[in-house]
Ligand binder design. Sequence first.
Ligand code: NAD
Length: 483
Amino acid sequence: MLKIINYINGALTAPVSGQYIPNFEPATGDIYSYCADSDERDVELAHRAARDAFANWSCTAPEKRMHLLMRIADGIEKRAEEFIAAESKDNGKPLKLARAVDIPRAVSNFRFYAAAAQHFASESHEMPGIGINYTLRKPIGVVGCISPWNLPIYLLSWKVAPALAAGNCVVAKPSEITPHTAYLLAQVCIDAGLPDGVLNIVQGTGAKAGQAIVEHEGIKAISFTGGTETGRRIASAAAPMFKKVSLEMGGKNPTIVFADCDLEETVKQAVTASFSNQGEICLCGSRIFVEKSIYDKFREAFTERVKALKVGDPNDEDTQIGAVVSAQHKEKILSYIRLAQEEGGRILCGGAEWSTDQRSDRVKNGYFILPTVIEGLHVNCRTQQEEIFGPVVTLTPFDTEEEALTMANSVRYGLSASVWTNNLKRAHRMADKIEAGIIWVNSWLVRDLRTPFGGMKASGMGREGGWEAMRFFTEPKNVFIKY
Ligand code: NAD
């Protein structure tokens, strides 16, 4: 059976402990590979390799860094079908989604930051008659990149690419639940001729490998994406060492629908925003607020569309909803559906596992949950306040713009929001007042890689994307020269 091992100092390397964790295929519930169960010893080896590589890599001409990152992008593209199959098998997402989103985006991330390596520039500020300041942007050194399971290679590459482009060496740790595409990336980097030690990928759990990265004195910055509680632990471990930290964390994003929206388009997009990737995208709109005058109409149209979503084997080309990522996560989602009922919610559709009677033999034991719509819940109840991160959304009516805004801002999270209206002034007012790092008007998940990406409140600290990431991964140093 496949053994997913580390990538340290340019070579594929077994974990020092010799221990492995079983890796499950969510669609079948079967173990299909084993992932290295690395610990602080592997992190130490990775750190040493990265530290030794840094002297050369930090002085490598931006043009050469650009070429190498382009070669990595080309390498992923050349093996795209392998990456697509691995991502779908590991995560449970439909093959079609991995083909349309995850893998092309990983390629784009490397290309985007390959270009950034060449274009990133520093500033100078003249003091007329006195002198001139110029600001150097130096790579930090060895940095840690820790990523989650929902968009495995998409989010790992979103961190690794800017870190390398800026001249750092990296110790990366993908999620132990979805390690496969990072292992393929390691192979691509070897083939691309990335110098040894510039990127190291340590596979394993958060508690062992992740924690060892965060606690390592020689790893100077941590870029993390994952849950808010993990982010809190990372922030508190990193603070006493004065590590630079960027945290992209959970969300409970509002979809706000006004009566003056284009109803048909809004319903269609709201379904996509709710259930893409089984609702396992931090940006999914899980709380839908609808103006009372169109609430019944919206509910009917929305529920009808949700019922028509095709739950199925991720390998089938017509599947729209695949498996959720693990047995444990499935139980968590089902427990929230029970909680919603205890809190007085009415299930409009879904609310259960996909019936085994309707499944093919291959996926009989997989982790599937029907897309679920719930109404009748108070905005302050736990179902409406806590991140479920699955195919579950709530519908809530509102009377006024102010009420919609209060509801939208009533959670501790502040990642993204989408607003659906044809009233331009209202769109601007809402965009101004919603407490979130990313606002979409009459759209959802439209991404320009140059824009700042991230959340406020318990959703994030710092921003990724564009120059934001290049700035995070560099240390500014100001030099003043007297005339
Ligand atoms: P998680 O926090 O459990 O794990 C994320 C990563 O952190 C994994 O690689 C894990 O092994 C590692 N980790 C766990 N404990 C650690 C520790 N003590 N020290 C260092 N590393 C540790 O999150 P998850 O369950 O993999 O992902 C789901 C969460 O990620 C959701 O909350 C979702 O909203 C969030 N997410 C946020 C964004 C964003 O951009 N804001 C994007 C995707 C996912």
